[in-house]
Design a protein around this ligand. Structure first.
Ligand SMILES: NC(=O)c1ccc[n+]([C@@H]2O[C@H](COP(=O)([O-])OP(=O)(O)OC[C@H]3O[C@@H](n4cnc5c(N)ncnc54)[C@H](O)[C@@H]3O)[C@@H](O)[C@H]2O)c1
Length: 377
């Protein structure tokens, strides 16, 4: 079923990175777009960003608050639930409050007010897989737990087979098994479970998307707690070296924002996506070191890499999503990480105010014992 385009599509977190690009795509396809966003000061210290078109209805409000979400839901046919609390800080309850309570409230209000919502798309994350999938020569597919602190302190980064302690190699992670290891990841899995189960139970078609690391313009330059693209690009722009945690051999898949937007539209318009979770990733593995070198290549100025001998506690060693399920529905991510970096740097250089938020974020993560030293430091 193709959605009726003059109907209202609510995008929570629509002032943010993924939300604002999604809103623009929806607008250009003829949807009436409404944003509910609380303009969280960590993301938007200067208030409403100027990239929000006046053709979009903007409501400043909090998705965890019944009155705010209730009024934003009036007359709505489609919902992208994208607002979230993210990153690595140890204020655990905030992750659940923002990410899970808002999702439960969304379904509560849809059911209570009998709103004829035809589709909900919720933003989950690759983080739900924790260490992801590995291959053991003896035990086949294995799913390691959080890496032990004593090994990380020694600078021994790779996980071992949970069954026999042998060396294991990473392999693509499909949607079949989750293993969240930090508060953000647990909240994201709780969020998608809430959405998919309540959606099915009350016949509210729902899709959960497990995005990999999304890159492109508008990723908040005020929040330096996560995001290799923004952290490396900000560092390079400010003349700082690019800080490499662990040994830089961590594997990730990076996805360009334009490919995420096309996946979002597909979920809205293809009912085959109902009631299940999909990986939305770049489909290609890169090490953090390779990615840092892409950033260094894009900058014309001299860029130094610094091996800090530090690690972020709770971070994943290697993860690369298997995207074959969504590709089978016709989606294909076509943009490279280099394009994402070029676009991000162009946007960054256009910003009037680029502050050194990196130092504060690093100091804060050290103070909160998120960023840790190896013994050899
Ligand atoms: N960016 C990524 O790499 C990535 C990866 C995996 C998953 N995700 C998920 O995708 C979604 C969008 O991420 P993003 O990168 O665009 O984030 P973002 O921080 O750029 O945007 C989030 C927006 O939500 C708003 N917000 C926060 N709390 C709110 C609340 N209680 N009520 C209303 N608005 C609130 C913020 O003001 C912000 O505009 C999130 O759910 C995130 O968990 C993002």
């Amino acid at each position: 079923m193709i959605p009726s385009k003059n109907k209202i599509c609510l995008v929570t977190g629509g002032a943010g990175f993924i939300g604002s690009h999604t809103c623009e795509a929806l607008l250009s396809r003829g949807y009436h777009v409404r944003i509910l966003d609380n303009l969280h000061p960590r993301i938007h210290p200067n208030g409403l960003p100027d990239w929000i078109s006046s053709d979009i209805e903007f409501i400043k409000g909090d998705a965890t608050q019944r009155l705010d979400l209730g009024s934003a839901l009036q007359g709505v046919s489609y919902v992208f639930h994208l607002c979230a609390y993210q990153d690595y800080l140890p204020d655990f309850s905030t992750f659940f409050h923002t990410n899970v309570v808002s999702t439960a409230l969304l379904y509560e209000l849809i059911v209570e007010k009998d709103i004829p919502v035809q589709k909900v798309v919720v933003a989950s994350s690759q983080a739900v897989y924790g260490e992801g999938t590995y291959q053991c020569p003896e035990h086949g597919k294995v799913f390691p737990e959080l890496r032990p602190e004593n090994r990380l302190e020694e600078g021994i980064w790779d996980p071992l087979c949970p069954d026999c302690d042998s060396a294991i190699t990473w392999t693509l992670t499909d949607e079949s098994r989750i293993n969240p290891q930090n508060a953000y990841a647990i909240s994201k899995y709780s969020q998608e479970l809430t959405a998919l189960r309540l959606g099915r139970r009350y016949e509210i078609p729902t899709t959960a998307y497990r995005y990999s690391i999304v890159q492109g313009p508008r990723q908040s330059l005020f929040n330096a707690y996560s995001g290799a693209c923004r952290i490396f690009c900000l560092s390079a722009l400010l003349g700082k070296s690019l800080s490499i945690y662990e040994d830089g051999a961590q594997v990730r898949d990076f996805i360009n924002i334009e490919d995420v937007v096309s996946a979002n539209l597909l979920a809205l318009e293809n009912q085959e996506t109902n009631y299940r979770a999909y990986n939305v990733g770049g489909g290609k593995a890169h090490t953090i070191l390779e990615f840092a070198n892409i950033v260094a290549e894009v900058f014309t100025e001299e860029v130094q890499l610094e091996f800090t001998k530090k690690y972020r506690f709770g971070d994943t060693r290697h993860i690369c999503s298997d995207i074959s399920a969504l590709k089978a529905l016709g989606w294909n991510p076509g943009n490279s990480p280099k394009k994402s970096v070029i676009d991000y740097v162009k946007w960054l250089k256009e910003q009037a105010q680029v502050e050194d938020v990196l130092t504060t974020a690093n100091e804060n993560m050290k103070k909160l014992n998120v960023l840790r030293d190896t013994k050899s430091t």
